[in-house]
Ligand binder design. Structure first.
Ligand SMILES: NC(=O)c1ccc[n+]([C@@H]2O[C@H](COP(=O)([O-])OP(=O)(O)OC[C@H]3O[C@@H](n4cnc5c(N)ncnc54)[C@H](OP(=O)(O)O)[C@@H]3O)[C@@H](O)[C@H]2O)c1
Length: 337
């Protein structure tokens, strides 16, 4: 049994893409539980584009990670020592573990998870934050109706792949935008998208016109920038644009590239609305029940990419920004297995 706790701490705030200089890999002793706490061994850590925003010292929906603090992350962990009633050694939990091998918790914002319900990484993907984001974003904010045309950017990623599948389950025509032939083939052949556009090799505007001949009812945007600008003039009357994220902008060192075509919203009486998944916390059980059902009956597929080693976090995080991930990107604490 290991007696050290490898941690990834924020050493300096990045300008543009994070580099090794932004991280400090520390080896600390394994923590011990005090009264009212448990110590858990982290098994899987969720890697999210939002982490890039948490590294900036700016006002946002959540406080920035402090310099020298363990990098914030959600994760699945197994309780190894407990002095907190209701939490037993050996139980599995989802909580904000941070990017480290062991975490201490007082039980706040902790959810129990079970490998008997689904493989543990699924609680970071389809049954985790990204799945919940897809569910509420497309159904509540996007308010899709059967027969509508739905376009999703970042379509082969953790959120996008679930958005497209949920829209398909609701009898929408689904067109995904993703980088590369392999991702596009996967969307159509494995996930049942009606069409997929490789924005890296195709003319996005031309391809959208071809695949959405009647226009776009709902655009679920994970990417922002050019993708958003290109889709706006294609909105149908009363179309909806769901602003989930804008990953193309997260490492910008200059101003954010905004949509110059925003007047299309007026012409098509459309709306564009942002949302944060945490606002739906009270309704998570509803989403998990629905998606658990779709997973069980095979209508929803879960795709995870599991990389190894907590100390490899700095390099693995960059996969989110160069398209090196397929589905939900997860880091496994190999030392725990
Ligand atoms: N609002 C919320 O509550 C909420 C919650 C969770 C996530 N989000 C947002 O949802 C989005 C997707 O997150 P995720 O966890 O599912 O990540 P993800 O899609 O699994 O991974 C990121 C993907 O974005 C694409 N990408 C990266 N840089 C790009 C660029 N410059 N231009 C176009 N595409 C680029 C890459 O795919 P390609 O190979 O296809 O380029 C990459 O694989 C992010 O914007 C994230 O911030 C929002």
């Amino acid at each position: 049994m290991t007696n050290e706790n490898i941690q990834v701490r924020l050493a300096a705030r990045p300008v543009g893409l994070p580099t090794d200089k932004n991280w400090d890999i520390r080896r600390e002793p394994v923590p011990q539980a005090e009264d009212g706490q448990f110590v858990a061994e982290v098994l899987y850590v969720s890697l999210d584009p939002a982490m890039r925003g948490w590294m900036n010292d700016v006002k946002s929906y959540i406080a920035p990670v402090e310099i020298d603090a363990v990098m914030r992350a959600g994760g699945v962990a197994r309780i190894r020592e407990s002095r907190l009633a209701g939490y037993d050694v050996g139980e599995h939990v989802f909580c904000m573990t941070g990017v480290q091998q062991f975490c201490v918790s007082d039980g706040k914002d902790v959810q129990k998870v079970s490998p008997d319900v689904a493989p543990l990484p699924t609680f970071l993907g389809v049954l985790g934050m990204t799945g919940l984001t897809a569910y509420f974003g497309i159904l509540d904010v996007g308010a899709i109706k059967a027969g509508e045309t739905v376009v999703v950017s970042g379509a082969a990623g953790a959120v996008g792949s679930v958005v497209g599948q949920i829209a398909g389950i609701h009898d929408c025509r689904v067109v995904g935008i993703a980088g590369g032939k392999q991702k596009c083939d996967y969307l159509v052949d494995d996930l049942g998208f009606d069409a997929a556009i490789d924005y890296k090799s195709e003319d996005l505007r031309k391809a959208l016109k071809e695949h959405c001949p009647k226009g776009v009812d709902v655009f679920f945007d994970n990417v922002g920038g050019d993708a958003l600008n290109t889709v706006l003039p294609m909105l149908r009357m009363h179309g909806r644009v769901v602003i989930c994220g804008a990953i193309s902008q997260y490492n910008n060192t200059g101003p954010v590239t905004g949509p110059s075509n925003y007047m299309s919203l007026l012409v098509s009486r459309a709306r564009m609305e942002g949302f944060v998944v945490f606002d739906y916390a009270k309704r998570y059980p509803e989403a998990i029940a629905a998606m658990g059902g779709w997973l069980a009956d095979g209508r929803l597929k879960s795709q995870e990419q599991i990389e190894e080693g907590i100390e490899n976090f700095p390099a693995v995080l960059l996969k989110l920004f160069d398209g090196g991930n397929f589905g939900k990107l997860i880091l496994k604490n190999t030392a725990a297995f």
